[in-house]
Design a protein around this ligand. Sequence first.
Ligand code: GLU
Length: 391
Amino acid sequence: MDALKSANPLANYRRITIKIGSALLVDAAGKLRAHWLAGLAQDIAALKAEGREIVIVSSGAIALGRSLLGLNALALTLEQSQAAASAGQIALSQAWSEALGQHGIVTGQILITPNITEERRYYLNARTTIQTLLGLGAVPIINENDSVATAEIRYGDNDRLSARVATMIEADLLVLLSDIDGLYTAPPARDPNATHLPLVESITPAIEAMAGGAASHLSRGGMTTKVEAGKIATQAGTAMIIARGTEEHPLAHLVAGGLHTLFKPSTTRAQSRKRWIMGTLAVAGTVQVDPGAARALAQGKSLLPIGVTRITGDFERGDTIAVLNPDGREIARGLVGLDSEDARLVMGKRSDTIVELLGMDSRAELVHRDNLVLTGSTDTTQRQEAHHEPG
Ligand code: GLU
């Protein structure tokens, strides 16, 4: 991959999610490492100045809240850690807002529970909010909503949470800043022969064993959830880097070619999205199209309202719908850009009248070609399908 040829491992990535572990942000006494955070904020400002979009997934709420509330017990009860998260999250957000504010960067806070990343309705909303913040030049700061998440429905670790966030917003890269500079063949603290792996082409059982095979010291679970995060990211077309974040200016260090492990994506994001569309079991509705639109779709074009002759079902924007040819046979599936009410309003209409009907920022496409998968009917479509879905 090109990233390896370059001295700067971040050079080829535009939208980057960066996960910051608690141990980097909060010291053993429960105090914020403010000087370290100031350095990181400077690094983030430099990346933004290069035109990159940055999303932060920050841990540290429980660690900060614990000391704020004077909770000294070694192991907190669930109630105590939820209270700690509640108090600590305010301090954490404030720290980020001040640190990035020094560089004129506005932050936005988003607290997430698994239902948000896994349920389409919430997912689309959270994604839109994050994209809007990015479009406005802000840096979203994300954490799990630990004060309300219940034991059964929580990520519990920000490694996997950050991977789901990165894939949700179609980030090019996820960077996990932790206390170790990447994946080793064995835990380096215990095995003098452990060697660092600069590149993981794919996450095989052997790689998983390297992450999870160590004895019971603190970082064991740490590397396991990082490799799980790697699976989530790479299968969705997002690359992942593990790098050490403990020293000052960790991102500047990485940009200068600092030691890290790169996990290569196992697919492209476009292929991953199409596989996801095809994986939808029940479509929410159908749209039937005229012969001209059917031909346009077969050539890889978007579905425009003017080609639609009939709509069935009740669907929301973002639902999967089936596209039928004039004979009623399914020729494609896609994520629809309008809800069924608006779609019925504009079907058969020219694109330039749609803005008049639906208002300023309405999309001209009913299904954008990026969100469309041909499911067959003519030779052309089958060939294209084979191209989209290798294997
Ligand atoms: N969400 C937790 C916190 O902010 C941290 C979870 C993790 O570090 O993986 O305290």
